[in-house]
Design a protein around this ligand. Structure first.
Ligand code: NAP
Length: 312
């Protein structure tokens, strides 16, 4: 029996690419010399597509795939997909929710602690031979401080649960109040930023949250406040953030994601109260394996039953 045809937009891990190729007839789009020209010629052949929160699938690519029925995406971000277009065409899409909550929430707590206690800066101080000559400056306490969370979804709730272990009062902002949540709702983002010692972003990227964190929100968070972003770079007005940090109008920032990543504003490199990570929120062996398994399970479920396991 012939294997089902699958179009794969970008490379995932070697293990995933190998397993996908064992079960399906995979066309690796990124290996084509001119991917768009290939799609224009051969796009009608594909009903199934595998991609990721990083590679997505553009409207231009979709236009070349008139028979596409399902997309199985690696990751939970869906900002690089034209969702309205998918809805209009009846194309279903799955992501990999829940399996990454722990790791992304762990990383958010790590960024809170690292930024406030300046672990990375203290490590650089020791490695540079600074300890015998000087005392590392005092930093900021974490336990008991007020935590504001923007987006109390799957990851936001996992962060809130961890914060309870640090005796942190938690309040949150999102579009609709969650009446079953034990945490205080704040409809006004500026009020949440004024209240919080730490403001953690755990909402989706995309047009609806573009620059939600602007100069006014950063000013409300203030010179003692710390911003942690594990959501998407687009949620923060990055030039405003850089200015606030350079002027000392913001206490610090722990950032896993950036506007225009992998480029990171070089002005931030010298600041000890800023922690910069290369978008590694879900990046552990255990979690990446579970995400890959979920992509494959979604694909097979759609082929077998016409339904995705974790549709968006
Ligand atoms: P989720 O369960 O869908 O939660 C998203 C939360 O954001 C919900 O509480 C939602 O509530 C809120 N939200 C949506 N639009 C909003 C808006 N305009 N303003 C304020 N809040 C808004 O998603 P999740 O699984 O927790 O993932 C959240 C995001 O984390 C993902 O979309 C992704 O961008 C990011 N992420 C990053 C990494 C990383 O490696 N750094 C890894 C995984 C995920 P309402 O709908 O009520 O507003």
């Amino acid at each position: 029996m012939s294997k089902p045809k699958v179009l794969q937009i970008g490379a995932l891990s070697e293990r995933f690419n190998r397993e996908l190729a064992e079960c399906y007839e995979v066309t690796a789009l990124w290996q084509r010399v001119d991917p768009l020209a290939f799609l224009q010629e051969q796009g009608t052949a594909f009903e199934l597509l595998v991609s990721s929160a990083r590679f997505g699938c553009s409207a231009e690519q979709l236009a070349c795939l008139p028979n596409l029925r399902a997309i199985c995406s690696f990751g939970v971000g869906y900002d690089p997909y034209p969702l309205e277009l998918l809805r209009d065409r009846g194309i279903v899409i799955s992501t990999t929710p829940d399996v990454l909550n722990d790791c992304v929430a762990d990383l958010a707590m790590g960024l809170i602690i690292d930024t406030a206690r300046q672990l990375a800066a203290a490590d650089r101080f020791v490695r540079a031979g600074g300890w015998p000559a000087a005392t590392f400056p005092l930093t900021r306490k974490v336990s008991g401080k007020k935590l504001g969370i923007v987006g109390l979804g799957r990851i936001g709730q996992a962060i809130a649960r961890r914060a309870e272990g640090f005796a942190m009062p938690v309040r949150y902002h999102k579009r609709c109040q969650d009446l079953s949540s034990p945490y205080g709702f704040e409809a006004d983002l500026l009020a949440l930023a004024r209240w919080a010692d730490f403001l953690v972003l755990a909402c989706p990227g995309g047009a609806a949250t573009h620059h939600l964190i602007d100069a006014d929100v950063l000013a409300a968070l203030g010179p003692q406040g710390i911003l942690v972003n594990i959501s998407r770079g687009s949620v923060v007005d990055q030039p405003a953030l850089v200015t606030a940090l350079l002027n000392g109008h913001l206490g610090g920032a722990g950032l896993d994601v950036f506007e225009g990543e992998p480029t990171v504003p070089a002005e931030l490199f010298a600041l000890p109260n800023v922690v910069l990570l290369p978008h590694v929120g879900s990046g552990t062996h255990e979690t990446r394996l579970r995400m890959e398994e979920l992509v494959l399970a979604n694909l097979q479920a759609f082929i077998d039953k016409g339904e995705l396991l974790t549709p968006l």
